[in-house]
Design a protein around this ligand. Structure first.
Ligand code: NQM
Length: 361
């Protein structure tokens, strides 16, 4: 297998994550060769990722692969790859709604989509799940303008808003078929509105849900409980053995502190998120609305409207998300919408660490 030593790459912040964006044609077509290159580009495996682009955290060890779409309902295909930090793994088992925020601007920058005069909408097929999203963002003078006044918690300063809308997803909202399951002696709601997520009342794990991510990560008893719950819930959700995968995520729920609907601490799945993922928040929001779910008695849902404020360790994420019940009484997600921001950080050629310095699985 010959793996190239360099590739054209754009580093972007997408929402509260950061990742390397590539055109599919700029990476090897063979998935093994591609993953080998990406590990070396990111500097993995190494807890500091010192010899690559990665930022030593799952939220900054991400890759977006973008190409023109053959699907008549999409302009571009977006494949998300999570690159392990200290493990030589590249996973396509999950989506990322944060890097998604950079996909439309990147598609315009690379000439895959022609910019509109003023605003551009890009229809995106998320290859990992087969779901669709539409991202729209300002393009004055037919160029992407990253500057603006939108603010998102977890990112300093302001930037241009990227409005992302998700029509109804393709899979069941409740993958186990129940609003509530008992998993490893713990009541949970398993939900998937774009990100398979296990909702758990923080109190049922004997934590408050207001601890810092660092304190929660250092709680080894909690880590064991979460691992046990995740393995069992993964099976119930039809995901099989999830020991080595990044889904499902786990969101601990507590009463809101600042006027929102709920406070969250989300494990992705071992590290505790410093905010919350976009699709993770979409899943929490939909899960809170399910009658009989574990959010009941914890969350405070607004009396009307689809907008919910999900509180998290660095602020909040506002999301529009509603559910409806079908003729059989099964809850289904309706449209979800969110505002993110994104920014081009650099564009150029990335030089990968030489082969042989790490072992590829
Ligand atoms: O849920 C982190 C992130 C994510 C995923 C993760 C995401 C999403 O914050 O849509 O964006 O859950 O691994 O980037």
């Amino acid at each position: 297998m010959t793996v190239p030593a360099e590739a054209r790459c754009m580093l972007m912040r997408g929402g509260t994550s950061k990742g390397a964006y590539f055109l599919a044609e700029d990476l090897p077509a063979d998935a093994g060769a591609r993953d080998d290159l990406l590990l070396r580009v990111m500097g993995s495996p190494d807890p500091r990722q010192i010899d690559g682009l990665g930022g030593a955290h799952p939220l900054t060890s991400k890759v977006a692969v973008v190409s023109a779409s053959a699907d008549p309902d999409a302009d571009v295909d977006y494949l998300f790859l999570q690159v392990g930090v200290d493990r030589p793994e590249v996973s396509d088992r999950q989506n990322c709604g944060n890097l998604l925020a950079g996909v439309g601007p990147f598609a315009v920058e690379r000439g895959l989509v022609a910019a509109g005069d003023g605003r551009t909408s890009v229809r995106i097929r998320m290859v990992n799940s087969g779901d669709f999203a539409v991202a729209s963002f300002p393009t004055p003078g037919r160029r992407v303008d990253y500057s603006g006044t939108a603010e998102i918690s977890g990112v300093p300063g302001t930037a241009a808003p990227v409005v992302i809308e998700f029509p109804q997803g393709s899979g069941p909202l409740l993958p186990t078929g129940h609003a509530r399951d008992i998993v490893a002696d713990t009541p949970v709601t398993c939900v998937d509105n774009g990100m398979p997520t296990v909702l758990i009342a923080a109190a049922s794990l004997k934590v408050t849900g207001y601890e810092s991510p660092k304190d929660l990560e250092e709680d080894l008893t909690l880590a064991d409980r979460l691992r046990e719950i995740r393995l069992e819930a993964g099976k119930l959700m039809g995901l099989g053995d999830v020991e080595g995968t990044t889904v499902p995520k786990l969101s601990l729920l507590a009463a809101p502190l600042d006027g929102g609907a709920v406070m969250t601490r989300t494990f992705i799945p071992v590290r505790c998120h410093t905010s919350i993922g976009v699709l993770g928040a979409a899943s929490v929001a939909a899960g809170l609305r399910v009658e009989g779910g574990v959010g009941e008695g914890v969350a405070r849902l607004p009396a009307q409207g689809d907008r919910l404020r999900i509180e998290h360790p660095s602020g909040f994420l506002d999301i529009e998300s509603g559910i409806a019940y079908d003729a059989e009484g099964v809850p289904v997600a309706r449209r979800t919408a969110v505002v993110r921001t994104a920014r081009k950080i650099f564009d150029g050629t990335v030089f990968a660490r030489p082969a042989g310095a790490a072992q590829h699985l």
